[in-house]
Design a protein around this ligand. Structure first.
Ligand SMILES: C[S@@+](CC[C@H](N)C(=O)[O-])C[C@H]1O[C@@H](n2cnc3c(N)ncnc32)[C@H](O)[C@@H]1O
Length: 210
């Protein structure tokens, strides 16, 4: 079977996140103050019991998991996952944490009631493919909830993001000019709502229905 994954870019993404894993939580300290409310809002929209978190990272969403849900968290980077495991242990949470590529999810169709990703589709090499995979593993009637930063709609700012993107992606991992709302449409998902949550629409809460 030919999978058509950009292996080189996927391995480079994994290496970048492995490299920044020890610093990730520290680097995000200030931004996290702003993200807290958004994370709460994301998880208030999630219906269980079976929930997939794609790109679980160091487990920053764990404090917001609603009671009674069974979360499976996947990530490309084993070093980010190591930190997620430690966080789950500290919190006494039972979460299945697996190393997996969002572009090729190793779950049967309709496995989950909902799927969540926060600040992930800026980094997945083929975001449309990753979104299709998420839709495949969520049952009909289930929801996908995303929190993402996207390319600015303001023409000059958008252009500046395009110019800076190669450097930021190389140093840090994420692409700053992804058009994730469009990518959700391209993946064939039905948008339930798109909310501008911060920075003039750069941060968006995106909800899609399967
Ligand atoms: C910016 S971090 C966000 C982590 C976490 N979701 C949060 O809100 O803090 C992006 C995460 O996506 C993961 N990631 C990137 N590409 C991926 C892929 N193809 N499959 C699974 N995880 C991926 C990275 O390893 C990293 O942990």
């Amino acid at each position: 079977m030919v999978l058509n994954i950009n292996v080189k870019e996927t391995m480079a993404t994994r290496a970048r996140y492995n490299r920044i894993a020890p610093l990730y939580d520290f680097m995000e300290t200030l931004a996290e103050r702003r993200y807290r409310n958004w994370r709460q809002r994301v998880w208030s929209l999630v219906e269980g019991p079976k929930v997939l978190e794609v790109g679980v990272g160091t487990g920053k969403n764990m404090p917001y998991y609603p009671p009674g849900v069974q979360v499976t968290g996947v990530d490309l980077s084993e070093k980010m996952l190591l930190r997620a495991r430690r966080r789950a242990e500290r919190m006494g949470l039972s979460v299945a944490l697996l190393q997996m590529d969002a572009q090729v999810l190793d779950f049967p169709d309709d496995t989950f009631d909902s799927a969540v990703a926060t600040f992930v589709f800026c980094s997945v090499p083929d975001p449309v493919r990753g979104l299709r995979e998420m839709a495949r593993v969520v049952r009909p009637g289930g929801r996908i909830v995303l929190l993402e930063h996207v390319r600015a709609e303001h023409p000059l700012l958008g252009r500046l993001m395009d110019l800076l993107d190669p450097l930021v992606a190389r140093l840090m991992g994420p692409h700053i000019n992804r058009e994730t709302v469009e990518n959700v449409r391209r993946a064939g998902l039905t948008l339930e709502r798109v909310e501008d949550v911060g920075m003039g629409g750069i941060f968006k809460l995106i909800v899609a229905k399967i």
